[in-house]
Design a protein around this ligand. Structure first.
Ligand SMILES: [Zn+2]
Length: 271
């Protein structure tokens, strides 16, 4: 008799857990299928003009992901930064452009911390592994499994100019994608059928050429900060892929092709 009760209790627990999983998936799917309001869409177009270039068939996917992002992530402002719709939508839209057509998602990210401008990286530390820091004053930081820390001044300007090759939000969220493997090392989760040896050769060839040009003091298409190490190169190459795609495809066709497969996007063909 006792055994029957234990079995019944186990069944109830299993049922409860599967219901929770089902409800969560349903909530997520509803967010992904929801469009932005007209007002939200206007803010995104104004603050992140790169979105206007996105092929029309990908717009609903971007809006759904922005909704999911805003549902999942809490923003905290410091130093007088006010968290308003403009800030949330600007950051969410820039981050979600990276994954608009890919199965990757910022699964473990729950918080984005925002400072008014470049912030002091010597402040007390959060728990977790820091992907990078850029001297004592940084425009952004990405911690494995979250949080992402941003300078609003840099994040806003990065979104407003889609062609200058600088975008701190895309840079930090590229680190978030890189960290999904458990280790940020410039090798993110590759797509099905994407071969690691091809990825590695394209990345290493481009990285070594980049380091040589930076050390020789030559101008480079990818930001010189990419010469720091493999993960910074991946983050900066990602920014260049979105912001200077035609030049990137010309200069680094093999790496462009790998990133196009990774993100399932071809920004050099966008209007
Ligand atoms: Zn970085």
């Amino acid at each position: 008799m006792t055994l029957v009760w234990i079995l019944l209790a186990l069944l109830l627990v299993a049922g409860g857990l599967s219901y929770r999983g089902w409800a969560k998936a349903r909530h997520r799917d509803r967010l992904l299928a929801s469009p932005l309001t007209d007002e939200q869409r206007a803010i995104v177009m104004k603050l992140v003009p790169m979105v206007r270039r996105l092929p029309a068939e990908l717009r609903p996917a971007l809006e759904g992901r922005i909704n999911r992002f805003l549902d999942q992530v809490t923003f905290h402002g410091y130093g007088g930064v006010e968290i308003d719709d403009g800030l949330r939508l600007s950051v969410a839209a820039q981050a979600c452009l990276l994954v608009v057509n890919s199965p990757d998602w910022f699964e473990t990210l729950r918080t984005v911390l925002v400072y008014p401008s470049a912030f002091d990286t010597r402040r007390p530390r959060h728990d977790g592994e820091l992907v990078h820091e850029n001297g004592a004053h940084a425009a952004g930081e990405s911690w494995a499994r979250g949080p992402v820390v941003l300078s609003w001044d840099h994040a806003l300007r990065g979104g407003l100019d889609p062609d200058d090759g600088h975008n701190v939000v895309m840079h930090e969220f590229a680190h978030q994608l890189d960290s999904l493997t458990g280790q940020a090392n410039g090798v993110p989760l590759l797509r099905k059928g994407q071969r690691f040896d091809n990825w590695e050769r394209a990345m290493l060839d481009a990285y070594e050429g980049h380091v040589r040009r930076v050390e020789a003091g030559h101008a480079t298409l990818i930001d010189p900060y990419g010469a720091t190490n493999h993960q910074e190169f991946f983050a900066e190459a990602t920014v260049t892929f979105f912001e200077k795609p035609a030049a990137f495809r010309r200069e680094e066709p093999a790496l462009y092709a790998e990133l196009a497969t990774l993100f399932a996007l071809d920004p050099a063909e966008w209007a």
